[in-house]
Ligand binder design. Sequence first.
Ligand code: SER
Length: 347
Amino acid sequence: MSASSMRQNFLRFDKLFKAECRLCHTGKRGPNVLITGGLGQLGTGLARELRARHGAETVILSDIIKPEESEIANGPFIFADVLDFKCLQEIVVNKRIDWIVHFSALLSAVGENNVPLAVRVNIEGLHNVMELSKQYKLKLFVPSTIGAFGPESPRNPTPNLCIQRPKTIYGVSKVHAELLGEYYNKRFNLDFRCLRFPGIISYDSHPGGGTTDYAVQIFHDAITTGKHHCYLRPDTRLPMMYIDDCLRSTIEFMLAPTDKLSTRTYNVHAMSFTPEELFNEVRKWVPELEIEYNPDARQKIADTWPMVFDDSIARQDWGWKPSIPLDSLVEIMITNLRRLYKEKEKA
Ligand code: SER
């Protein structure tokens, strides 16, 4: 992103945030935000972005995992089990929370390996944050996913509104979240907001057991072993996004004025590629990289998911626009991972 468009983005955020502050009961610089599942792939990055704008104390990361030193260096962290309503309620009250960003969930592949746990975390956990957000009039963000679609959905492109019959417990739980959130919005005026994310790619945090994870692992393999074992077929096309675009979409959407939203659940798109196409891009940086394809159970999941997301409604309603294409993503991943692995070696 160029310096001038970064500055434009900053000014836009700043204006929207000031409007948001007037709406928050705290009357402070920004909303107080609780992030559940905060030590997953997206939490620390979102906390960093929000804290940079509004101060470290305004964002509380929470999880049930013990954090690394680096994950708690920049602001508050608290234990929170999304299955424990009282525990969440205490945080909301004591910390005067205005927004919940509910990242806590089991992804597609791990969900299939432990369905009862996925039901508890993804469905019961959601019920807790939704009820709490209703009671305390919080703004609630819940990510949904390409996995909320199934084989009967149009796959190229997949529109915002179409048939959704997902075949994983992850997808089923996310359709449940979309529908319940939209229902609470209409019935109780809950300010529920939901973005359907593609596979997210990042270098300083790891995805937690999804079907799109190969698109992160291939970069680590390129730098460490020089060989990637891909669990998908070379022609499996899936929508993907670099984490900075994902976090920016979340903040822009949370700040979008209510009257701009024609729905509460939006597809967001950035790029779409196959393992073979990604491999060819990575090889421009690491020519010696080798790949071997051994499709496993995740292939079956990917075969039912969108190949390309139609995000025209998000673009129209609140101005969504991705900024990082595939070649830039590959450059960012390779250069940063090379640096991080070198630093590790020295340590
Ligand atoms: N990255 C997720 C998964 O693969 C999709 O939302 O499960």
